[in-house]
Write a protein that binds this ligand. Structure first.
Ligand code: SF4
Length: 322
């Protein structure tokens, strides 16, 4: 990676001054409570900020600390998580709450979130990015976060179209203001989300444009990596009882949408069923194409009483249930 003027203190200061003036008003930025900050980071792993606020508010309201979550069944969290997708996050968050709620002599943390990167990384669902975000924001640990947004800004700032993870990490650490690592990281997150956007960077508004080696042609950085979505063909059987309620079962935790409820999607004999349509559902690296079949059963479940994923909602809707 080329040398850059971003190590100069005035540039880091420009970034933090911009953040202090322009930062997004997000509810988890009004607290230093590690649990509430961790909750926001888990939600934001795969949910946009605008929708994440709604989920964070209802989940933090219902579960204001790890113990409150640890003592209920996982399904209660999944019900609140409906519609946010990537339900493995919710299952792992529940496992995390159970783990940290154990007494210290049993390997837990007496109901608190631990304050070192090593301990955070041992918790279910916590990877390097989330550990660095929680560690810096809640515990003031001097460690830069690295994700796709930070990589893009680093690539443009340094004119390196394909920086390695280690180089981005060194650059992110160089941008931390001593004493304010959490705010520095959040400033970088905001810059990537609001100013240095993937397709429409607003260089004229960028607080660190002076040091940017890629601003003449920002879309060239980082180099595009083409990844084609794989297609998976599936069948779903919506079997209705005499009252019009579908047969639903809880998906095993080892399956996709584990812990959520839905109609049968495996071992389906379609001979006696009627094809009613097809649902296309996009996951990050996969496109699901689900043929929806309709038939009858003796006893169904009221869908409003169980947590159901967005895909299963679409399937039930096409079969005329929701
Ligand atoms: S000047 Fe433009 S390309 Fe460079 S970091 Fe700022 S927004 Fe991104």
């Amino acid at each position: 990676m080329k040398s850059s003027k971003t190590n100069d203190h005035p540039l880091r200061k420009s970034l933090i001054d911009w953040y202090d003036a322009e930062k997004r008003d997000l509810p988890w930025r009004r607290t230093k409570d590690p649990w509430l900050i961790l909750l926001s980071e888990v939600i934001l792993q795969q949910t946009q900020v605008s929708r994440g606020v709604e989920y964070w508010e209802k989940i933090s309201d219902r579960f204001p600390n790890p113990r409150a979550l640890a003592k209920v069944d996982q399904e209660e969290l999944l019900t609140l998580w409906q519609g946010a997708g990537y339900y493995a996050r919710a299952r792992r968050l529940h496992a995390l709450a159970v783990q940290v709620s154990k007494p210290a002599i049993e390997g837990g943390f007496d109901g608190t979130i631990p304050g070192s990167i090593e301990q955070l990384l041992e918790l279910p669902g916590i990877g390097a990015y989330t550990a660095a975000a929680v560690g810096s924001i809640a515990f003031d640990l001097h460690i830069g976060v690295v994700d796709g947004n930070v990589r893009r800004v680093a690539s443009r700032q340094t004119g390196n179209s394909n920086p390695t993870h280690d180089l981005v990490s060194i650059w992110a650490n160089s941008m931390l203001i001593p004493g304010r690592p959490g705010d520095s990281n959040q400033a970088m997150m905001d810059l990537g989300a609001v100013i240095c956007k993937p397709k429409t960077p607003k260089c004229e508004l960028c607080p660190i444009s002076d040091s940017c080696e890629g601003k003449e042609n920002p879309l060239a950085y980082p180099a595009a990596t083409k990844r084609k979505k794989s297609i998976e063909n599936l069948d779903a059987a919506v079997l209705l009882d005499p009252s019009g309620r579908p047969r639903l079962s809880r998906r095993d935790s080892s399956e996709r949408f584990g812990g959520m409820w839905g109609p049968p999607m495996s071992d389906i004999a379609t001979d006696s069923l009627t094809l009613v349509g097809e649902v296309v559902h996009h996951l990050t690296h996969r496109e699901l194409r689900v043929k929806v079949w309709s038939g009858q059963c003796s006893k169904g479940t009221d869908p409003s009483t169980v947590p159901i994923s967005n895909l299963d909602r679409k399937i039930l809707k096409i079969a005329g249930v929701m």
